[in-house]
Each structure stands twice: as structure tokens, then as C-alpha cells.
Design a binder for this molecule. Sequence first.
Ligand SMILES: [Zn+2]
Length: 320
Amino acid sequence: MKDLGFPRFLGLLGAILLLALGGSFQAKATPTTYQPEAIVVATGIYAIIGPLDQRSRANAGLNANYGFIETPSGVILIDSGASHFAAALIEQAVKKVTDKPIKWVLNTGSQDHRWLGNGYFNERGAEIHAMTPTVNTQREYAAQQIESLKRFVGDQMTGTKPVFAQTMHNAPLTSLVIDGVSLEWLSTNAHYPGDSMIYWPQGSVMFTGDLVYVDRLLSILPQSNVRQAVLAFEALTKKSPAVLIPGHGRVTDLAQAQSETGDYYQFLIENVGTAAQDMSPMTETLDKFATPKAFMHLQNFEALHRANMNRVFLDFEANP
Ligand SMILES: [Zn+2]
């Protein structure tokens, strides 16, 4: 047998030991390295800014932004995380800044990491709120989302069951007061049907949900609607919030949201959408608009831009 060298031998021994012990550890979810942290946006209002890359065990599927608002008697949490396991990590981040219990959870959307933590908070007494169309989409995608998340986070999905809002609100626009805190809730229907954004007028803060991405390129899914996104972006601009907590990326302002999200929706519609309506060949169109200078600096550009164009082309071809 070839000499492995002592350090390599130790590594091999470690691997064998891990294999032997593996069985007894399976009940416990894999530990994460990402620890969500609350940052203050205004007095009593916080954002949790997730990493920009893909879902993984290392980030527990929390590759998105969350937020919370302190009320006199509790905490309103905006979006609940990707699983039971991930929800507990969000709860820890909240507990670091306040002892108040999370009494209300508001879902801005129906993508996995926006709502699959609902069950965790509901079991601990929180009341889940969402707009009716959001819940309809959650119901449609729940099983598929849980299955697909298992491929990214594995056993961290253990114990995760879809739990839907007990309190549903009318779309496209609702005002509500929770424990003295006034909020406006507006439909966006951009990333997923039924998606929404939540505005806190008192501090001029908007939780945009997946309407706005900064620092990374937004992703257009087969179920996304860029025409709705443009309308929603106009509604966002009209509110002229001082602070935006986007769906992904740093806490920001309207200017960055405009140049990294609003302008990209326009770019896709004006170029790719128009080409599809004009019945231009698809491959030629995708090649022609492959390198838009304004957006190439954004993270995930290489991975997403062509697929985004592809989906917009197909959408405009089918619905000219
Ligand atoms: Zn998202």
C-alpha cells in the first residue's frame, strides 16, 4: 500500500469515523454557518439582510431579507423563513434585540423562504397574516417547494409543514392597524402571483418583498410577471419611501432600486418583450441583449440574465 503521509492518514481516519457516526446524527439538522442578524432601520424597526447566493445548508435557505417591527406588546415579523429550522434562526436574531414575543407574522409572498417558517411561529402563538391571493399561490406551490428545498438544505426541512394565514386581507390594497402600528399593504404580483409589499408610513419604510432586488440581479421565474412588476414599481415610486428593505440585497433607497430593478424590468420589456412581439428570432434576440452594461456588475448576472430574457421572450410571444 502506498504511504498516505501522516496528515492524509488522519484525514482518512476522520472520514471513516464520520461515516461510522453519521447514522446517529441524522435526527439533528445540519448546523448552519449563516447567523441572521437584525440591523436597525428606524426606531423599533429592523431588517435582517440575507446572503445573495443560492439556498444552501450553510444559509438554511435564508438567502432573502426579513424584517420586524416592535409594537407596545410584541413583534410583527415580515416573512417567516424557509423552514421550521430557519424560522428558529430568525427568532434568535429577533431575541437579540427585544424580549417581546413575535405575535404576528405577515407574509409578503409565496416563494419558499417567505413563508415556510409560518408553522414554527404559529406553534409559538403568532397569528399569521397574508393577502388572499398570496395564500392561493402558497397552496399551489407548497408541496413542490418543500420537495425542491430538500435538495438544497436536506434534513433542515425536517418538521416543516405548510401553514397558511389565519387572517387574510383583501388585495390589491389594505390598511391595517396592529397593536397601534399602522401599515399599508399593496399587491405587486411581480415575482409570484399574489406577491405584495408592506409600507410603514410613520417612518417612510417599505418592505418591498420580491419586487425589488439590489446588489444582485433579480430573477424572472416562469410564474413571474414583468408587466405587473412595472406597475407595482410605479406604485412603489408614488409612495416615495425614504427607506426600502428590498427582497434581496442591502437596505436601500429608491434611486438604487430604480437603477438595479426598475430599469431592468424596463430593459427586458422594451428590448426582449418588443422583439418577441415583433416575432424576431429568439436566439438572435437573446444574443443581441446579452451584455447590458448597466446590470452586468450585479451578482448572479452570469447565471440569470439569459434565463430571464428567455422567460420574458416566451411570455411576450404567448401574450403579445
Ligand atoms: Zn426571493
